[in-house]
Design a protein around this ligand. Structure first.
Ligand SMILES: Nc1ncnc2c1ncn2[C@@H]1O[C@H](COP(=O)(O)OP(=O)(O)OP(=O)(O)O)[C@@H](O)[C@H]1O
Ligand code: SF4
Ligand SMILES: [Mg+2]
Length: 312
């Protein structure tokens, strides 16, 4: 059986201004492949600038990759007519993504009007049922986004994504701005939606402690490349890639505190990219001449993939 969502060798570059009149190309994603099963939560982690949001934009087809292909239920994106209904996105800051001049009812009605041909009473039913699914009352449908607390507002954003009954929700740092206790409630809601509706989540975070709570699988990005991907248990308990090992050493894992990946592990400027070497070679304590002279292949270690010559 095919996966719900699959990316095969996605790459993305942008033209940027360089000098007075010139342009240069900045290569952001390189050869990214992953699979997301039905009812699964895949956490995507990596420091700032590693390409998480860029990848999210390709997954929801806000942008087209330069090369590679995306599939939903085995069908290439280009042939999926209802892709925007079946893959929805939520962001870190719901205030910015929810129109402040619209009541919650209108915010949820808008996608239904855009994508479905329903009567007013059918829309009512779906909207009230969706609000209930995220723990909001039907009375709250008449409120504006600014009238909610941060956590409740993220429930509104989730309900807006959910109202079209998508198969996948892409959540880009969707709980990062919330207090730890509110964050736990939203994570529980996401897991409930996975269990009750079978919703799959492409869940971007820079908080390893959240990965531990919510995800089934995790993909570690560095400089726009996949370093390691596998089950949460495999990757967090016995990280195989030197970069994942460094990432996990740098954060407290247990307890209620946040375990944030901070930007100074490596900044984009420190990455020395070359088409013919391991992207991590200048930081890696295990690097040798082979790492400088050639790109490591993805090694399969018991269903976990690791981009390192020395894995295994
Ligand atoms: N439209 C664009 N044009 C040029 N460069 C871009 C564009 N979008 C992203 N980038 C560059 O791609 C790199 C990755 O950016 P991206 O926002 O995907 O990282 P991120 O992992 O989401 O970071 P953060 O954790 O800070 O949100 C950055 O260096 C960024 O400057
Ligand atoms: S391939 Fe070499 S440089 Fe790259 S992570 Fe592995 S040991 Fe380090
Ligand atoms: Mg981002």
């Amino acid at each position: 059986m095919s996966e719900l969502l699959e990316a095969r060798s996605i790459s993305k570059a942008y033209q940027i201004k360089s000098g007075l009149l010139g342009t240069a190309v900045t290569s952001v994603l390189h050869d990214i492949s992953f699979k997301l099963g039905s009812g699964q939560i895949l956490a995507v982690v990596g420091e700032s600038g590693s390409g998480k949001s860029t990848l999210a934009r390709q997954v929801v087809m806000l942008e087209q990759p330069d090369s590679g292909e995306m599939f939903l239920e085995g069908i290439p994106y280009a042939s999926c007519s209802d892709l925007h209904q079946r893959i929805r996105m939520i962001f870190q800051n719901p205030i910015a993504s929810l129109n402040p001049r619209k009541r919650v009812y209108q915010l949820l009605e808008e996608p239904l009007i855009n994508y479905k041909n329903l009567s007013r009473s059918e829309r009512d039913d779906i909207i009230y049922q969706t609000l209930e699914q995220v723990g909001l009352d039907r009375d709250q449908s008449q409120l504006y986004p600014h009238m909610f607390s941060g956590g409740q507002r993220q429930r509104v954003a989730i309900s807006r994504a959910l109202v079209l009954q998508p198969r996948v929700i892409v959540a880009d740092e969707a709980v990062s701005a919330l207090d730890v206790s509110v964050q736990a409630q939203i994570l529980n809601l996401m897991m409930d939606l996975r269990d009750e509706l079978g919703t799959s989540w492409f869940f971007i975070t820079h908080d390893i402690s959240v990965v531990n709570v919510i995800a089934d699988r995790v993909m570690v990005l560095y400089a726009g490349r996949v370093m390691e991907t596998g089950s949460v248990k495999q990757v967090l308990e016995t990280p195989a890639h030197p970069y994942t090992q460094k990432l996990l050493r740098s954060v407290p894992v247990a307890g209620n505190t946040r375990a944030l990946i901070n930007g100074d592990l490596s900044t984009a400027g420190d990455v020395i990219t070359s088409a013919s070497s391991c992207v991590y070679w200048n930081k890696c304590p295990l690097a040798d001449s082979r790492c400088v002279e050639s790109v490591p292949p993805m090694i399969n270690l018991d269903n976990r993939l690791v981009a390192c010559f020395k894995a295994g």
